[in-house]
Design a protein around this ligand. Sequence first.
Ligand SMILES: [Zn+2]
Length: 262
Amino acid sequence: MLEYDDHIAVAVSGGKDSLTLLNLLVKLEKRFPKSKITAISVDEGIAAYRDEALELARKACDRLDVEHTIVSYRELFGITTDEIARMRLGQTPCAYCGVFRRKAINKAAAMVGATKIATAHNLDDEVQTVLLNMLHGDPLRIVRSGPVLRDPRGNFLTRIKPLCEIPEKEIVLYAYLTGLEFQSIACPHSADALRNDIRSFLNLMEQKHAGSKFTLNRTAERVRELLAAAAPTSQLNECENCGDPTPHRLCEACLMLHAIVA
Ligand SMILES: [Zn+2]
């Protein structure tokens, strides 16, 4: 996943996963004098939630002596997730927030001159997403959600998920044992009913058939290899609005912003 001289932008939300990832990468990075770490946080504008998390992220960065960059939806897109939620649009606020967060992290990583982006998705997140994509009838998306996402065209920074084979329970344990101070309340907007059902199903499977999550993850890896060989790489254009690479006329974030303003 990493080269000896990488400048890693670590996406830090202030939750247990991202603070664990930051902790571990800072430890590893000390052995590689030419490497560098910058923490990146995104302020989506979620009252009574994000401020606490940003404060925890800031404290962790101070303690670990890591540079910390915060970007906000307000400055990047002119709107916050709370405002989007109040508009009661066709999709859940999480649908918009997810697309905007990806773009915000990309922008922040480019701003600080990073060579890779590390996110803290764990084994549970990964297998939930695999099943979610299958239930949405979108198997090709499984290819784009692997542990290392490299853009063969070089338009996007490589994204890595170093914790993708670590069960969520073990991360919780690590966070408690190392005394990490993390945010434990859930986002007030999070209400992805399908993902919640999948989470319960996978936990039940794991409880009754230990190793189910690992097996499903291995299966996804094999499917990914086979699909990647079969799926063509799409042609990219420049988004007419922001200039970011996109297979369409407008990138997903700009399409959403247009729909919101309209
Ligand atoms: Zn755009």
